[in-house]
Design a protein around this ligand. Sequence first.
Ligand SMILES: C[S@@+](CC[C@H](N)C(=O)[O-])C[C@H]1O[C@@H](n2cnc3c(N)ncnc32)[C@H](O)[C@@H]1O
Length: 390
Amino acid sequence: MTDWQPQAATLANKLAAESAISDNQWRAAFEATPRHVFVPRFWELDEYNSPSRLVDGAISTHRPQWLEAAYSDRFLVTRWVPDGGRRAVTSSASLPSLVARMLHVLEVADGHRVLEIGTGTGYNTALLCHRVGAQNVVSVDINAGLVAEAAERLDTIGFAPTVVAGDGALGAEDHGPFDRILATCASRGVPSAWIDQLADGGRIVTPLTIGGALAVLDKTGPGEVSGHLDTDGAWFMPMRPASQPLPDGYLADQPQPAPDDVTHLSVSSLDPEALADPDFRLWLLLHQPQTHFVEHFAPTGLTVHNGVDIATAQQCADGRLQVRQSPRRLWDTVEAAWLSWVNHDKPRRDRLGVTATAGGVQYAWLDHPVHDQRGGGLGGVLRWPLPTSQ
Ligand SMILES: C[S@@+](CC[C@H](N)C(=O)[O-])C[C@H]1O[C@@H](n2cnc3c(N)ncnc32)[C@H](O)[C@@H]1O
């Protein structure tokens, strides 16, 4: 027997003290849900964030560490697959404070029907069952093994929600419409099926694959959802297409241009610290969704690439950034994004929003979804299209 209740209460108290939980019903759900049941074992990460060592609650010497981790504000990796010599994480129990934040912005009410995309361990599903009743919860995961395990664990604590093995991008048509849709894997665009299956007055909360954006989208008309990004970032593993066994782009290889490609040397006027601002990065990525950032651990520097072109900025002794880049000068787009971000008063992420239609049109905007649509570049534009393909 595991005396888990005091530990669950301590976790709930901690989340409440940090304002991650702000209402008593969610607090009660966190207190009543045995997270260790949903994470019977997990993988510790090494310094490169790669799963390295299994911690298994069934092994007596592991138990203290396992139980402590289960009730800590930590995300716990539960599944990975080999990926070209590395280990790509394919499922995890999400960070409890982030789970709490997402449930908070979901604004669930009694009797709501909720669709969860990404069942994973089943822990979040259990919290939803506690709040709205298992009969109102439908959860989908692409991994049939995970779905079966989650259903068993949910059953042991008395919940029998509808769990479905399948591609969450398709929603769960047979079980809709839904008042709330919560995704715990990230998608590039908002899948049309979710918009179609959302009831009037409904809300979708979904992480995007772009810059850790968490979109909070309300149904604003037939076939349309729109809303701001949350103040908090939410970095989730991408939703995998059903046809592809590995997460697309997750732990992507960094393209290494041949030395001959790096022809352009310059000094950038950008402040290296500014480049680390997650809201600036989000601004850049929303305009240039193919861009990736790669941090150098030492010496201080930054690489950006978009799968074709690459630019590396290295801080010199005088504090300025020296930039090496390929002929198409990707760094220039970083500088243009910086100027545009500054010209718009360095908007924080919650000034940005997204509108998506069931017809597949999606755009990002600043401050308000209805704006003039001057131009199409980075300068002065307040609303711009986003690619929707996964
Ligand atoms: C971060 S985990 C979910 C955490 C989960 N909510 C929990 O409480 O344990 C993300 C999950 O998304 C699932 N996933 C990835 N692509 C998917 C897809 N196309 N449809 C449904 N689920 C998907 C993964 O299998 C993984 O279990």
